[in-house]
Design a protein around this ligand. Structure first.
Ligand code: SAM
Length: 211
């Protein structure tokens, strides 16, 4: 999305409250990467959870808890967010931010390689209504397979950064994340079990419904 459109949408439709602004600041203060979702993507995630009446959400990639707060807030009081994060220190940091937001009991963090955590969730028979994929790009297609396996009927799968700063359009760009995201986008779009769309805002968000 070009900057003036982005600014307009943010000014008119997306207002980050004190809690979310404080999370972004805490991430900068801790010298963690400033790669939380764009505010308008966060707003969309919140709408998806509320519009679908989702009770259980699964996030892959926690960082400092920004998207975790957005998702957990949108879930009903008896809802649950499971958040997968490679680094234990990030999961602890994110959990602190969710506790400060009054959401500490609504989230469960699982640390280590997300692929291992997903296998475990499957063995436990866990199912989810909304998925947010936002971790290492090379595994997006694997995360999609797992999400479909762990999905309740009608579940919604979302994935961030699917434009890779528009590098996916540059044929000369063969970096592994870009190549993996091109393959992911094709896979989502052509899977008969899904109805999907790529929304070209933020850094691009794929949204898919499991039929
Ligand atoms: N969703 C977060 C938000 O918007 O607030 C941002 C997530 S950040 C873009 C990506 C996160 O994925 C990082 O915290 C990183 O440590 C984590 N990550 C990277 N590779 C991973 C893996 N193989 N398994 C689990 N988490 C991973």
């Amino acid at each position: 999305m070009n900057t003036s459109r982005e600014q307009y949408v943010r000014e008119v439709f997306v207002r980050e409250d004190e809690t979310l602004l404080a999370v972004r600041q805490s991430i900068r203060d801790a010298d963690m990467p400033s790669i939380s979702v764009a505010s308008e993507v966060g707003k969309l995630l919140s709408l998806v959870v509320q519009m679908t009446g989702a009770k259980r959400a699964l996030e892959i990639g926690a960082l400092g808890g920004y998207s975790g707060i957005v998702l957990a807030r949108a879930l009903p009081a008896d809802g649950e967010l499971v958040s997968l994060e490679l680094l234990p220190e990030y999961a602890t940091f994110a959990h602190e931010n969710l506790k400060k937001a009054g959401l500490g009991d609504k989230v469960q963090y699982r640390t280590g390689e997300a692929l291992d955590s997903l296998q475990k969730l499957h063995e436990e028979g866990q199912r989810f209504d909304v998925f947010f994929i936002d971790a290492d790009k090379v595994n997006y297609s694997n995360y999609l397979d797992w999400a479909i396996r762990l999905a309740n009927p009608g579940a919604v799968i979302t994935a961030d950064n699917v434009l890779q700063g528009d590098r996916i359009f540059d044929e000369g760009e063969q970096g592994e994340s870009v190549v993996a995201i091109r393959a992911f986008n094709q896979k989502v779009a052509s899977d008969d079990r899904l109805e999907s769309l790529l929304l070209p805002f933020g850094d691009g968000l794929v949204i898919a419904r499991v039929k």
